[in-house]
Design a protein around this ligand. Structure first.
Ligand code: GTP
Ligand code: MG
Length: 104
């Protein structure tokens, strides 16, 4: 007689990342920081949007950036030129961990 066994092999492969993300959110809340994650296609105007935002409201708000340049520091150096503190990071892996290092 055959029997069927069910083995649950599902698990959240991003659980560690999610935990860190929650910690990051708590830190942001603690320091009353409003964070925006600006994502878009290559060349869609993300960096320009931030530059224009700095231009318009940079004197009224303290703005900082974590720039996700994949290889070089192109965006990071544009933000520096715009006069705000910036941390550059490579976004290939471990985004949450790196973001924590960025504002930690
Ligand atoms: N006409 C027009 N051009 C824009 C606008 N926003 C950005 N650009 C131009 O689009 C090009 C790309 O802008 P970036 O801000 O560097 O785009 P990005 O999304 O940061 O690019 P990557 O970091 O390479 O992914 C630049 O030549 C900008 O001058 C816009 O609202 N209108
Ligand atoms: Mg850019």
């Amino acid at each position: 007689m055959h029997t069927v066994e069910e083995i649950n092999i599902e698990y959240d492969v991003l659980e560690a990342n999610s935990k860190l993300a929650r910690k990051n959110r708590n830190s942001l809340d603690k320091f009353k920081i409003t964070a925006f994650n600006i994502m878009g296609a290559i060349g869609s105007g993300k960096t320009m949007l931030v530059e224009k935002t700095i231009e318009r409201i940079g004197k009224s708000f303290r703005i900082g950036a974590i720039a996700g340049d994949v290889v070089a520091r192109l965006d990071a150096s544009r933000f520096e030129k715009a006069g705000i503190p910036v941390v550059g990071l490579n976004t290939m892996q471990n985004d949450t961990i790196l973001c924590k290092k960025g504002y930690g």
